[in-house]
Write a protein that binds this ligand. Structure first.
Ligand code: FPP
Length: 224
């Protein structure tokens, strides 16, 4: 049985879900946040140490202002209300991506990271203003600045995810089969699960089904 240390998720389909209910795309995001909470609880139950969630990509800035503002207000409210609870659950909160938002959100993100920095039960990496290609270029620039060799170990060590094992599993909901500039380096040997359901419909049962399927896969890492 394969142990599971790290699950990464592309939470796709909120907008379509909202529309399919005759409501707004933002309504879908609001519902999507409920799925986030369910999946965090289930990740704890499964004793998985790392959960990486793709919440906002560098490309998402091209969306209408009203949707961008709504997503960040959801995040703001979620963290303001829940960070103490996450801390009590011994969850570490960590942002991957360029932390360049308005002053209030930057402060809240920094506060949340600092408050939870010592926790060891589960680390949630929230990908915010994240793009994998720019993450890799940033790593190479750090390596050059430090006059180190450009090799796999040094690239890994200079990504946002340094010290975090690569994902065992990537899940993408929403019936699209693409990586959308997410963890391109880190996913080299991950098992990928594309899920038809839209993110707000994804539930604990679907999640556990994937975790159980993963446990039975023979992982070769290039060997036979
Ligand atoms: C992709 O669905 C989803 C996002 C860009 C945002 C994900 C946000 C959440 C799940 C809720 C907020 C989360 C936190 C942690 C505050 P899409 O709307 O692009 O889907 P579509 O393909 O239907 O348009």
């Amino acid at each position: 049985m394969n142990p599971i240390k790290h699950v990464a998720i592309i939470m796709d389909g909120n907008g379509r879900w909202g529309r399919s209910k005759g409501k707004s795309r933002n309504f879908g995001h609001k519902e999507g946040l409920k799925t986030v909470e369910k999946i965090i609880k289930e990740t704890l139950k499964n004793k998985i140490k790392y959960l990486t969630l793709y919440a906002f990509s560098t490309e998402n800035w091209k969306r209408p202002k009203n949707e961008i503002n709504y997503l960040f207000s959801l995040l703001n409210n979620f963290l303001s209300k829940k960070i103490k609870e996450l801390n009590e659950e011994k969850i570490k909160f960590y942002v991957i991506g360029k932390k360049k938002f308005n002053k209030k959100l930057n402060r809240l993100l920094n506060y949340s990271e600092k408050l939870t920095s010592k926790n060891k039960r589960l680390q949630i990496n929230l990908a915010l203003n994240y793009g994998s290609k720019s993450e890799i270029i940033r790593a190479i620039n750090f390596i050059k600045k430090k006059k180190l060799g450009i090799n796999e170990k040094n690239v890994s060590k200079n990504l946002y995810t340094s010290n975090i094992p690569d994902p065992d599993i990537l899940i993408r909901t929403g019936n699209r089969k693409r990586l959308s500039n997410f963890l391109l380096w880190q996913l080299a040997y991950s098992e990928i699960f594309f899920e038809k359901k839209l993110w707000p419909d994804f539930n604990e049962k679907d999640y556990n089904k994937i975790l159980n399927l993963f446990k039975k896969i023979k992982r070769n890492f290039g060997k036979i």
